[in-house]
Design a protein. Structure first.
Length: 180
């Protein structure tokens, strides 16, 4: 009997992994929307998201309240976050690091650590001068009315609690996210 339950559990787990295969996210910082895609097909669109207080662009330093543009992956998921769910992205990327190195915002050691992490499919250092702990999250106990009226985050992408729960069905570690 125990073998049957184990087999059923494995079948369920493999079907969950299969359902998420090929899923990627597109964050449109102009339209303030997040779409869940599979290949060229849009599966769901979440609207009225919030981004950093200072908009989106090249994030130059920790605490600048800018949502970074670029291509990332979901590096970790914290389902016990004060923000309902927190899906950390692999910011800074090697592209961010290269531009920051050229502009003198980081040194060679930080640059190499970020590039090395990306080459080995790991979460990059989260404590460089460029900042870290950027992700997609819910509101937790934050005010929904403020969320609806303005961009309020320190650089993250915020959704309502129902939206983050819907999104969490689609997303797993390694899911690609494009922020435009």
């Amino acid at each position: 009997m125990r073998r049957i339950y184990t087999l059923l559990l494995l079948i369920c787990l493999s079907s969950v992994a299969w359902a998420k295969e090929g899923i990627w996210l597109l964050v449109d910082t102009q339209k303030l929307s997040l779409s869940v895609n599979q290949g060229n097909k849009t599966l769901e669109v979440l609207e009225n998201i919030a981004i950093g207080k200072r908009g989106a662009g090249f994030k130059k330093r920790m605490g600048d309240e800018v949502t970074p543009l670029g291509d990332y992956k979901i590096g970790w998921i914290d389902r016990r976050s004060a923000f309902q769910v927190f899906m950390g992205i692999t910011y800074p990327s090697s592209e961010n690091a290269e531009k920051a190195l050229q502009e003198g915002l980081i040194g060679v050691n930080h640059y190499q650590a970020i590039v090395n992490a990306e080459q080995h499919d790991r979460v990059p250092p989260q404590n460089t001068p460029l900042g870290g702990r950027i992700g997609i999250h819910g509101l937790g106990r934050a005010d929904v009315d403020i969320h609806k009226s303005m961009n309020w985050t320190r650089g993250c992408i915020a959704l309502t609690n129902p939206q983050i729960m819907r999104l969490s069905r689609w997303v797993s570690e390694g899911t690609v996210i494009k922020i435009r």
